[in-house]
Design a protein around this ligand. Structure first.
Ligand code: ADP
Length: 436
């Protein structure tokens, strides 16, 4: 943070008014379920995006990033979807979204402007949500920087504590603003998972976010006693969520939701899908059954079948149902079936691997690098492994015994070298620890 302040001073000729930050996130389970009313289970990473900022009073937003060569500048009043591009679409998009839908407590005063300098330790484009960390830290920076101008502009002042972690309601609003900016200005149709995790989670916990009502439940995830670690492998295989792959799947979900006349796909599953009273094997069978039965009911309904075609329905939508039931089970393991034992972690690992198979076989969202990383981790004895994020590239998450961390990473590096893939980057994390 001190280095960023010094760099800000060197570039802008004066101290920043403050530095704001938000973490990248690791989604333990639940992909393509946030925009379908399911639950996800993200945990914040010790890697963060920092935004140093200083107020300007000329309506101009100027932004630079230590990760990007291009500087960008625009009058906030002139920012709109389609007229900002590149990484500035995220930063400018936040200002736009705050004014569009924020209301008097979030809208920015007319003469408000800012100089921003961004720095980040979140791997960019690695499925660990560098984009949401950027959006969220920018939202915090812009809102708090606007404080001195709010009263004069007849805008609602910030509550006591500003946008601090205690102001969860305000942070929930900023998460919605960040998502809007990403969807409508940056052009990536992500759900609310990343922004909620970036703004509303604390180190050492996972959040179960129920996207029917955006309620959150903090779950303590601490595997240190069990001698386990999360190994995150940034495969560095290119991925681009703004391209058609993610959007076409999301569109299929929306088509089915509309055809079924329900609010979201979660509404098509029964209320109880965690089976907390069953052991691991029986719960797996029950899960498969409930997913297949739900699919059969969908296919039997002509309006749903016709909306996307049977094949897509049975594969893409099946993945959504599968990940919904997997998350509910994981939540039940850590909340309803305390105490957490070795068997809890073993089952969590199995849920990871089951989710990967679903992403690969049903959603068609994997690629060779991701499959090689997952398969190698499992061959090295990982309790489970899966691709994280939207797929088609990005990162793999494996749950491994601490003393298997290095051999597992080495085996993955060797497997990548053998196949001529770009060298992966390894991020070992202790579950439940703020940093490692
Ligand atoms: P991720 O999974 O990391 O969120 P995305 O492709 O969704 O990957 O978003 C990455 C994009 O977010 C980058 O291409 C860039 O436009 C923007 N971004 C993320 N971090 C930074 C940063 N530190 N500085 C500038 N832009 C960033």
């Amino acid at each position: 943070m001190a280095a960023l302040r010094a760099e800000f001073t060197a570039r802008f000729g004066g101290e920043p008014d403050g530095v704001w930050s938000a973490p990248g996130r690791l989604n333990l389970l639940g992909e393509y379920v946030d925009f379908n009313g399911g639950s996800c289970m993200p945990t914040p990473l010790p890697y963060r995006t920092l935004v140093a900022g200083r107020l300007r009073r000329d309506g101009v937003l100027h932004a630079e990033s230590l990760q990007m060569a291009e500087h960008a500048e625009a009058r906030i009043a002139e920012i709109a979807p389609g007229n900002v591009s590149g990484w500035f679409a995220y930063v400018g998009g936040v200002a736009w979204a705050m004014n569009q839908q924020g209301g008097a407590d979030i809208a920015l005063p007319a003469e408000f402007g800012a100089d921003l300098l961004v720095d980040s330790t979140v791997p960019v484009g690695g499925g660990l949500s560098s984009s949401a960390a950027l959006l969220s830290s920018t939202a915090l920076a812009l809102l708090e920087l606007s404080c001195p101008l709010r009263a004069a502009a007849a805008l609602v002042p910030l509550p006591v504590g500003g946008c601090g972690p205690d102001n969860d309601a305000l942070r929930a609003r900023l998460a919605a603003v960040s998502m809007d900016a990403e969807n409508r200005v940056a052009g990536a149709r992500t759900g609310g998972l990343d922004h909620t995790a970036a703004l509303r989670s604390l180190p050492g916990e996972a959040l179960v976010i129920d996207f029917r009502d955006l309620s959150i439940e903090a779950v303590r995830i601490d595997a240190t006693g069990a001698g386990l670690k999360f190994l995150v492998i940034d495969t560095r295989a290119p991925h681009d969520l703004a391209d058609g792959q993610y959007s076409s799947r999301r569109q299929a979900c929306e088509d089915v939701t509309r055809a079924a006349g329900v609010e979201n796909l979660r509404a098509l599953l029964p209320a109880e899908i965690a089976f907390p009273e069953l052991d691991a094997a029986a719960a797996r069978t029950a899960r498969h059954l409930v997913v297949e039965e739900t699919l059969d009911r969908c296919v039997a309904e002509p309006s749903i079948r016709d909306s996307v075609g049977e094949r897509t329905l049975r594969t893409w939508i099946r993945h959504v149902f599968t990940d919904m039931v997997l998350v509910e089970r994981a939540r039940a393991l850590f909340v309803d079936r305390m105490p957490v034992t070795e068997a809890t972690w073993a089952e969590l690992g199995e849920l990871f691997t089951e989710s990967h198979a679903s992403m690969r076989d049903d959603l068609g969202a994997s690629r060779a690098e991701l499959d090689v990383a997952v398969d190698t981790c499992l061959a090295e004895g990982a309790l489970g492994a899966r691709l994280v994020g939207g797929g088609f590239g990005g990162a793999v998450l494996a749950l491994v015994e601490a003393d298997r961390l290095n051999p597992t990473a080495q085996a993955v590096a060797d497997a990548f070298a053998e196949r001529g893939f770009v060298s992966p980057v390894f991020l070992p994390l202790a579950p439940g620890r703020p940093a490692d």
